[in-house]
Design a protein around this ligand. Structure first.
Ligand SMILES: Nc1ncnc2c1ncn2[C@@H]1O[C@H](COP(=O)(O)OP(=O)(O)OP(=O)(O)O)[C@@H](O)[C@H]1O
Ligand SMILES: [Mg+2]
Length: 335
């Protein structure tokens, strides 16, 4: 029993454990429930599961149960007959029918409401369903794989998820560990994504020093692989030099990993700031002092506005002492 995990990057034992279960379960027709925090790669995993199954050459049909309103979800899943409801102008095939012979992926199953859960239970138990407004029962030759980032056992206790459906789905539970529990995978993934995005955005590539790597591997990555992927894309576009330095890391990462937040100009660039140039002074016929005075005055006015005129607060926003602020306001006749 071998499992081809191509596209799923990582060498950690936590991930290898998951691959081992997948290798055993992929060829079977068992229902699988994948749980894991947001961004851990649940969808990637389920696609690999289908690819490694006997149904690989049949359709893989995903549906995000959280993204479709309840009234529409039933007809999306099971289809409807012409005239079943006001807008049912013609008969429509649902996802279960589209997937005949293949796999249906019920993503975010925790979001599905109770009345629809009963119908999924029927598909799992009886292997059949009806189109909305239909009279003939349709056989479902599909494998069902579901995923959620919710704790379904907790939902069962709260009465928002049917206990019978939970047990029926949870035949083979696969728990995808958060990125912070995958050790060295953080760095393998970081390098992988950086290389990929540099191919798109930065032909010269971008290096990452050991110090930065050390910080990345100690950060908790609450958004998991997705957060890391998006962050690497941002670096590949915004980094100023040839290598990633501390000032390129967001405060959130630095603060959490206990690194003193460096003074930076990168933030200004990200916010669309452009350094004043001599031509700006010339265009406005200003000397250096007048120009800087105007910049200062604008920022003071904005800070006072944001602070509703409260000077303590405005000084805090500007990162200066209250007395310094008052001195400046006096000088500029702004008091
Ligand atoms: N091990 C991995 N190797 C490479 N890419 C990964 C890995 N895990 C996740 N990704 C990438 O991270 C992103 C998020 O993955 P995916 O959509 O599968 O997560 P998810 O658990 O379904 O998230 P959500 O709960 O938010 O739906 C995708 O772009 C995916 O390709
Ligand atoms: Mg997903």
């Amino acid at each position: 029993m071998s499992f081809d995990p191509s596209g799923i990057i990582g060498k950690s034992s936590a991930l290898q454990d998951v691959f081992r279960i997948l290798a055993r379960v992929a060829p079977s027709d068992s229902t699988v429930l994948v749980t894991g925090e947001s961004g851990t790669g649940k969808e990637l995993l389920v696609r690999a599961l289908h690819r490694n199954s006997k149904r690989a050459d049949k359709p893989f049909v995903p549906i995000n149960c959280g993204a479709i309103p309840r009234e529409l979800l039933e007809s999306e899943l099971f289809g409807h007959e012409k005239g079943a409801f006001t807008h049912a102008i013609r008969t429509k095939i649902g996802r279960f029918e589209m997937a005949q012979g293949g796999t249906v992926f019920l993503d975010e199953i925790g979001e599905m409401d109770l009345s629809l859960q009963v119908k999924i239970l029927r598909v799992l138990q009886e292997r059949e369903f009806d189109r909305v407004g239909g009279t003939k029962t349709i056989k479902a030759d599909v494998r069902v794989v579901a995923a959620t980032n919710r704790d379904l056992e907790e939902e069962v206790r709260r009465g928002t998820f049917r206990e019978d459906l939970f047990y029926r789905l949870n035949v083979i539970p696969i728990v995808l560990p958060p990125l912070r529990e995958r050790g060295g995978d953080v760095l393998i993934l970081a390098q992988h994504f950086l290389q990929r995005f540099c191919e798109q955005h930065r032909p010269g590539g971008l290096a990452i020093g050991d110090h930065v790597l050390d910080i990345l591997s100690h950060y908790s990555w609450p958004g998991n692989v997705r957060e890391l992927e998006n962050f690497m894309e941002r670096l590949s576009i915004l980094c100023e030099g040839d290598s990633v330095c501390l000032a390129d890391l967001p405060d959130k990462i630095l603060r959490e990993t206990g690194v003193e937040v460096p003074k930076r100009v990168v933030v200004l660039h990200e916010a669309g700031f452009h350094w004043p140039e001599l031509k700006d002074l010339r265009e406005q016929e200003l000397g250096l002092k007048e120009f800087l005075d105007q910049v200062e005055e604008r920022l003071l006015t904005e800070a006072l506005g944001n602070a509703d005129g409260v000077k303590n607060k405005a000084a805090e926003i500007l990162g200066i002492k209250r007395t310094t602020l008052i001195e400046k306001l006096k000088k500029k006749n702004m008091l």
